[in-house]
Each structure stands twice: as C-alpha cells, then as structure tokens.
Design a protein around this ligand. Structure first.
Ligand code: HEC
Length: 136
C-alpha cells in the first residue's frame, strides 16, 4: 500500500515537471513569434511558406543566412524595386516596417534566423541597431 502511494506521488511529480517544462517552452516561443505573426505572417504565412508567386517562402531566403546583416534594413525599408536572391529575381512590393523598435527588430531577426535560417548565433539588439544605422 505504502509503495503504491509513493509511486503515484512520484508519477504526479514527474508529470507536473513535464507540463511546466512544456508550458515554459511554448510561451517563450510564443513571445518571439508575436512580432512576426503580427507584421509578416499575413503575406509570408505562419510557417513562412509564402504564397505562390506573390510572396516568397522565407526558408529559401539568403537574407536569413549569408545576408543576415542586410535583413533589418530590408524589413525597415521594405522592397520597392527588383530584388535578386539566390538565383531568382523578383519585383513585387513589400511594405516598409520603419516603426519597429530595435528590440522588436532583434527579436524578429532571431526568430527568423532560428526558425528558418541555418540557426546562426543570436544577434544582439545593439548589433541590429548598428546595422539599421547604416541602411543604404
Ligand atoms: C504585404 C505583403 C508582405 C508583408 C506584410 C511582408 N512581406 Fe516580406 N516580402 C513581400 C514580397 C512581395 C517580397 C518579394 C519582393 C520582390 O519580389 O521584390 C518579400 C520579400 C521578403 C524577403 C526576401 C525574400 C527572399 O526571397 O530573399 C524577406 C526576408 C521578407 N520579405 C521578410 C519579411 C518580414 C520579416 C516581414 C514582417 C516584418 C515581411 N516580410 C512582411 C511581401 C510582404
């Protein structure tokens, strides 16, 4: 009887720990996704899949990898003319997001990079602010 009680209690504890871990993992991810879901998902999709020939899928973008330092300026300035990424040339307008703070921008950049890029090192808010100051 006694051992049964103990094993039930241990089981409950393990379960509680698992739920806590799960919840904390989810909310962290959720907070990071807010800026993206609010500003970008309408075109590029919640899963970054894009929309046919209109909006490019983000996992294929050079800006999430080799050209990460150009990404804040691309987002804050939007895209008017033609852009060339990889071996594709596109010419559709993307709106400017000049109103994002550097904190929101760095959250966004890191979210994009970790979710769909090659997962490079986390970029600090200061670095993002510096990149933003040298936009063309
Ligand atoms: C109104 C639709 C729209 C919204 C909203 C939008 N984009 Fe775009 N985005 C585009 C279009 C269209 C292009 C391709 C531009 C072209 O063809 O010249 C693009 C291109 C890009 C690219 C380059 C893709 C490549 O092929 O290398 C990135 C990265 C990107 N967007 C990120 C974002 C992020 C981050 C946000 C949110 C802050 C965002 N976009 C919001 C429409 C949108």
């Amino acid at each position: 009887m006694k051992t049964e009680y103990h094993s039930i209690r241990r089981c409950t504890l393990v379960l509680l720990a698992a739920v806590t871990l799960l919840l904390s993992g989810c909310s962290e991810n959720g907070a990071d996704a807010v800026v993206y879901n609010k500003n970008c998902a309408s075109c590029h999709g919640r899963d970054g899949q894009g929309l046919r020939a209109l909006y490019p899928p983000l996992p294929e973008s050079d800006y999430l990898d080799k050209r990460i330092s150009e990404l804040p300026c691309l987002i804050s300035g939007g895209i008017r003319g033609t852009i060339v990424t990889g071996n594709k040339t596109k010419n559709i307008r993307m709106p400017a997001f000049a109103n994002l703070t550097s904190e929101e921008m760095s959250t966004l950049i890191n979210y994009l990079q970790h979710r769909w890029g090659k997962g490079g090192a986390t970029v600090s808010e200061q670095t993002v602010a510096q990149w933003l100051r040298s936009c063309p």
